[in-house]
Write a protein that binds this ligand. Structure first.
Ligand code: F6P
Length: 434
């Protein structure tokens, strides 16, 4: 993969900002396009190393591109649901309506499907009244779907509806879809802004420190781990095994581990392990049970996929559908200790969709409202083909192509993984030494 350059982080705009912002803030509260957020917070030991990668800072602009009285906006939610979707919808509507005076706001139903007239899904009108209280509900009031529609058809719909701004809320599949819409819009020379908001409980969007829904999912996964610990402590050689979502990145498993403190083994896709052999997972587990008589294990759904054979099936977003590592591990652990004639009691917990179908917790709600408001600032300033991100606790603008160029993963050399190793006490490697 080539190293990104400053150019990869340049934000596209639809044109000159000619209208004064209606926000009526003192000058000091507006942001300038020239303010950048550095990518690297750490100063490398080798001084003089170039650090030219940076993000444009999010926030209100003094001059805007769109005339609010003439502006029509639409919101679409795509992909798997995530806590906070309704918070973001509400924040966008309130900000557009009350702060910028944009009164024409449509909700596209069931993801990109709703932009294809062949699916017979009429857009719904969104107003402060219609979004009242929705932030208290899980899921998305607009409905969602996976998969893409023909960009030409979607842009035809946007043109027909007179939409000037489309907010696309979703994960990397959604954002890739948003990018092709932006390309089609550009090809036709239309003044339509496409703004993404990074949603996924997996927290795997590149160049974004945190996606919304992640904090809530971690808190819920933490509760499952607490139950697993109680179950494990309740029996001699008790094992509590929890599988959590996390398709290709182990952020939920790792962070729930750190919140929980009783987890002994955290298994994630980024750190492969063996089952059998000296120093491999089952051997290490056996040693622990002999000493401590209980163990708590959390496994991310994308971990250990190398244990399975057979063709990979894909979902509508093009993601590989993983085989069930939770059930597999439960069965392998049971078989192993049976062969050793060592009695164990294993309780398997799969909180599954329960960690993502709940309403956002307080921290996600705050985050979602910030994302929604900043997305509106960016859109009104005519920025396009970008998402609102967060970096070093600040809000940023990130071009969609760079954010979807790679999935964010846990580096085994990171502070996060070091903390997991310290918290669990698990060996750095559970690869077989024999
Ligand atoms: O949105 C991410 C995620 O929650 C993954 O953790 C999980 O693999 C996937 O969605 C499952 O989504 P669905 O069953 O809705 O396709």
């Amino acid at each position: 993969m080539r190293m990104p350059t400053f150019e990869d982080f340049r934000i596209k705009t639809l044109g000159e900002c000619r209208y004064p912002s209606p926000l009526n803030f003192p000058e000091s509260l507006y942001e300038s396009d020239d303010v950048r957020i550095r990518y690297a917070a750490e100063i490398p030991a080798e001084t003089g190393m170039p650090d030219d990668i940076s993000f444009e800072k999010a926030g209100p602009r003094q001059k805007i591109f769109f005339d609010p009285a003439e502006t029509k906006a639409a919101i679409v939610t795509c992909g798997g649901i995530s806590p906070g979707l309704n918070d973001v919808i509400r924040a966008i509507v309130m900000q557009l309506y009350y702060k910028y005076g944009v009164q024409h706001i449509l909700g596209i139903q069931y993801g990109y499907k709703g932009l294809n007239p062949a699916n017979w899904l009429e857009p719904v009108k969104l107003t402060p009244e219609s979004v009242e209280g929705i932030h208290e509900l899980g899921g998305t009031v607009l409905g969602s779907s996976r998969g893409q529609e023909d960009p030409a058809v979607m842009v035809n719909t946007l043109e027909k509806l007179g939409i000037n701004i489309l907010f696309c809320i979703g994960g990397d599949g959604t954002l890739r879809g948003a990018h092709v819409i932006a390309q089609e819009v550009e090809k036709r020379g239309l003044p339509i802004s496409i703004i993404g908001l990074p949603k996924t409980i997996d927290n795997d969007i590149g160049y974004v420190a945190k996606t919304f829904g992640f904090d809530t999912a971690v808190a819920e996964a933490h509760e499952a781990l607490q139950c697993a610990h109680v179950e494990a402590r309740g029996a001699q050689n008790g094992i509590g095994l929890v599988k959590v979502m996390g398709r290709d990145s182990g952020f939920i498993a790792a962070n729930a581990t750190l919140a929980n403190l009783d987890v002994n083994y955290t298994l994630i896709p980024e750190v492969p392990f063996d089952l059998h052999g000296k120093g491999a997972f089952l051997d290490v587990l056996e040693q622990r049970l002999k000493k401590r008589h209980h163990a708590v294990i959390v496994v991310a759904e994308g971990a250990g996929q190398e244990f399975f054979e057979g063709a990979d099936e894909k979902d509508a977003s093009g993601n590989i559908l993983h085989k069930d590592i939770g059930v597999f591990l439960r069965d392998e652990i049971t078989k192993y200790f049976k062969s050793k004639q060592m009695p164990i009691t294993i309780k398997y917990i799969d909180p599954s969709y329960m960690i993502r179908s709940i309403p956002a917790n307080a921290s996600d709600s705050i985050f979602c409202a910030h994302l929604g408001r900043n997305a509106v600032h960016a859109a009104m300033a005519g920025k396009t083909d970008m998402i609102v991100g967060r970096w070093h606790d600040l809000f940023t603008h990130v071009p969609i192509p760079i954010t979807t160029s790679s999935r964010k993963k846990i580096s085994p050399d990171s502070f996060l993984w070091l903390s997991v190793l310290e918290s669990t006490g698990q060996p750095v490697s559970m690869k077989s030494q024999s």
